[in-house]
Each structure stands twice: as C-alpha cells, then as structure tokens.
Ligand binder design. Sequence first.
Ligand SMILES: CC(=O)N[C@H]1[C@@H](OP(=O)(O)OP(=O)(O)OC[C@H]2O[C@@H](n3ccc(=O)[nH]c3=O)[C@H](O)[C@@H]2O)O[C@H](CO)[C@@H](O)[C@@H]1O
Length: 362
Amino acid sequence: MRVIVSGGGTGGHIYPALALLEQLKKRDLLDDVLYIGTKRGLERRIVPKAGIPFDTIELQGFKRSLSLDNIKTVSRFLGGLSKAKHILKTFKPDVVVGTGGYVSAAILFEAARLHIPTVIHEQNSVAGVTNKFLCHFVDKIGTVFPEVEAAFPAKKVQRVGNPRAQQVANLLPNDRLADFGLDPKRRTLLIFGGSRGAPMINQAAVNAIPVFGQSNFQTLFVTGRRHFDTIQKQLPSLPDNVKVVPYVDDMPAILPDIALVIGRSGATSIAELTALGIPSVLIPSPNVTGNHQFINAQSLKKAGAALVVPEPQLDDHFGQMVADLMQDDVRLLDMTRAAKSLGVPDASDRLIQLMQQAIKEH
Ligand SMILES: CC(=O)N[C@H]1[C@@H](OP(=O)(O)OP(=O)(O)OC[C@H]2O[C@@H](n3ccc(=O)[nH]c3=O)[C@H](O)[C@@H]2O)O[C@H](CO)[C@@H](O)[C@@H]1O
C-alpha cells in the first residue's frame, strides 16, 4: 500500500510511526511511503536518518490560554492545508496515518476532506489536543489505554497497543553497551527523561551519581541533547562505572541489556518497558495534557512493574533507594514478570489490520 504517516514534535510520536513502517516493510505491504513533519520537531533529524522520505508542513500548536499566537496558529493551519492538498494529490496515498502531535493536523484533516482513508493512533491515557480535533474526521482510531476511549467516537476505536512494543518485543541481550564504554555482561541502570531529557530527572541523577559510582552495577545516564553541556559542567569527573551521553540513537539496541530504567512515563517509553519486561522507577512529567504521564504510570504501578516517584518526592534518599533496588534480585524479577504481562507484542500488526479495515470500508 501507499502510505503517508505524520506525527512528531517529540520522540514519543515519531518512534511508533517508524516502528509501524518497519513492520509494513517486513510484511512486504509497503509500496511507497512519505513522512510529514515540521522543520522544528525531532522528526526532522530522526526520520531522514531512518531512510524514510520526509517532507514538511509548517504548523504550530495551540496555546492553552487565549492568545494572539492562536490566531497565528489558525492562519498557519490554513496555509498548511493547501500544502497538504498538494502532497496528497501528488503522492496519492491509499491511507494516511497520524501518530499525534500538531504536525499531523493538516495532512490528516485534508486527507479526510478528500475522502482518503485515515487512521490516527493515540499512545496516551488522555487524548492529545490534535487527536481530539481529528477524531471527528478520521475513519479509525487505534488506542493503547482503555481510559482514553471515552474521548473518541466509540465505533471508530480499536485497542491496538503501541507499535514500538512489537519492534522491541523479541530483541535479545547483545553487546551494544560496549559502544558506550560499558561492560555488556554487567548489570546496568539506564536513566533518561523521555526523548528530550528532563531537568528534574537529570538533577536527581547528578545527586545520585556518588552512590551509583560506589556500587557494583554500571549506569548509563542520557541527559537529552539540549541539557548535555549543563550536566557535563556539573560533572567534571565521573566514576568508571558511570557514563553520560546526550542521546541514544538506537534505544532498542541497548534496552534488552538494561536491568532497571529511571525515567519519565511517556507512552512510548512505557510500551518499550512492558514489551521487554524492564523494571522501572517512573517520575511522571507534571507538565502534560490531563496529567497523562501520571495516569500512564499508574497501570505499571498497579501491576507491580514500576515504582512511581512524583517530582516533589525526589529527595536525598532517592539514589540509595535505586541502588538498593538494583541489588534486589527477587524484587527485580517480580517487576520484570509484571512489566512483561502488560506488553502488547503484536501492536503493529493490529494497527496494520486497522489500516486495512479503513481502506476496505471506505
Ligand atoms: C513532555 C511530553 O510532552 N512528553 C510526551 C512525549 O514524550 P516523549 O517524546 O519523551 O515520549 P516517550 O517517553 O513516550 O518516548 C520516548 C522515545 O524516545 C526514545 N529515546 C529516548 C531517549 C534517547 O536518548 N533515545 C531514544 O530513542 C525512547 O526509547 C522512546 O521510544 O510523547 C509521549 C507519547 O505521546 C507522551 O506520552 C509524553 O507525555
């Protein structure tokens, strides 16, 4: 099939789209593809690097409060529609898929107007602004969390899981940690605050490094690109068993070798943790729509797969608490099993089925 995909701003919207494309290719279902993003989102760097043809439509997100910026947003959206129409008429897709973020608004809206089959994917437990707008026009809506489904027209909704889960589900331990100067055989803690990094998590990591440095496990601390210089200044010297990097380009390569993650509870991160069965200490971002990271994290906490530490509870004992957990084999094993029980290892196939249904019923 000929597919246009669009989603972005942050990695949590991009990696599910790339995972879906990988599975379409694997099943020999992809005749041609075009990815639509903006020039400013992370997708501009990540998508061409993955070898996917990439084009942009310039849009901007709505501010939550009334502001002049929202008038600019509307006028850009209208401008975006004419470029979207041109792209759709030229590329002639069989289906257009949106994975969230305002970047996907114009192309999905215009595709629906031109009666091209459309599908959106909502990764979170609370509907994003763009998907809430698009849900009235598209044909099908793939979800991950049951909590979100009431926000959408019921007959369009299908629970599919997050395609990134299928991409990582069967990966095996390997030696790629060596690329970071780490020992692939040693127990490893990974710290990262979503795709952009999170200053609160970075600070907690900086405070905990003296404890981690004295432990018998090793730590990979991913700061997020824009925070790397600040953190390097705070950490002029490092213990041998701690490495600090700005970003990991190929996260699936190292995840099978991770014993515990300290991180945000973004939906795509959670899909990876549950597909592979990785225990986690989750620190939800408080600055997201409807506090969805907190809700995302609760499902893992309830199952016993994760500990949840709200930002205000990050204190001087955090490092020691994590170090103790890293050494507690029984608890880690229980958390591993619990995490794995929540994974959806066939999420891409389910989303592909939804796309095929949208095409067939159109
Ligand atoms: C602040 C914010 O608005 N965050 C949202 C954003 O998060 P964000 O973009 O951080 O998304 P997620 O935590 O869901 O996913 C991050 C993705 O980036 C990857 N990764 C991360 C670091 C790195 O160095 N390399 C790398 O490849 C992870 O493996 C994962 O695949 O989108 C998610 C999915 O809609 C939402 O749930 C989050 O609430």
